[in-house]
Design a protein around this ligand. Sequence first.
Ligand SMILES: *[C@@H]1O[C@H](CO)[C@@H](O)[C@H](O)[C@H]1NC(C)=O
Length: 285
Amino acid sequence: MDQSTLILSLLFTFTALTTTLFSSGFAGTFDTQFDITWGDGRGKVLNNGELLTLSLDSASGSGFQTKNEYLFGKIDMQLKLVPGNSAGTVTAYYLKSNGDTWDEIDFEFLGNLTSDPYTMHTNVFTQGKGDREQQFHLWFDPTADFHTYSVLWNPHHIIFMVDEVPVRQFKNLEHRGIPYPKMQPMRLYSSIWNADQWATRGGLVKTDWSKAPFTASYRNFRADACVSSGGKSSCPAGSPRWFSQGLDLRAEDKMRLVQSKFMVYNYCTDSKRFPQGFPKECHLH
Ligand SMILES: *[C@@H]1O[C@H](CO)[C@@H](O)[C@H](O)[C@H]1NC(C)=O
């Protein structure tokens, strides 16, 4: 082992250690903060509430949701996606409000054949209207280990992050006539289902049911967030950093770099789809 490898591995050991220490304070959250809402036993809470798994087989997928609704926050979850041949499966992880004019902040992970890359699909709905897809490949194998997928949502910004690296931002541009989610509390949902009509290479690759059940795992949920209940919202004490946080120049550079290397679809450059011109926010970043 040369010296730089040694330093790197020490660094990672240290990170792993702090993650373990840090996460133990939040142990057991899955049995107290979530409800498994469908899937007839295919969703399971394990290890005293520290681990949750969702499975899909030919009969059904499964899903869970938070008991709480949130109005702004920094929401983190570690996910380990379906390994091996996951083509045709979709694992979704999203915040969503109720009703016909709902707001929604989406991560969806589209499976693939063994050793072909997952696609991480993102979208933002405001008042029931989405059509703001951006897709990415990841710079690691999301099935080999747990990675942290986060949404930072405050009155000015929505920032999508992967292992704390910003990959997408949706700014509050209400003053330019673009609706922004800020009135409707959202719940966190996750589910796994079969989408082989469209998910993998546009539906060309079908789910191989001989590999079922397909299982995704979750741990270390953390909601540093304002909890909304009965029309009232209660925020964490003090003034949490995320409430006013945006991207500084360095973070913005990092995001642009990730986008230039790993973004595989951007609605803002899909001219076939918007022959009348791109949505307004595309010009305002
Ligand atoms: C699957 O792998 C192919 C080949 O590398 C890639 O083009 C595609 O974007 C990947 N993802 C999905 C969801 O099809």
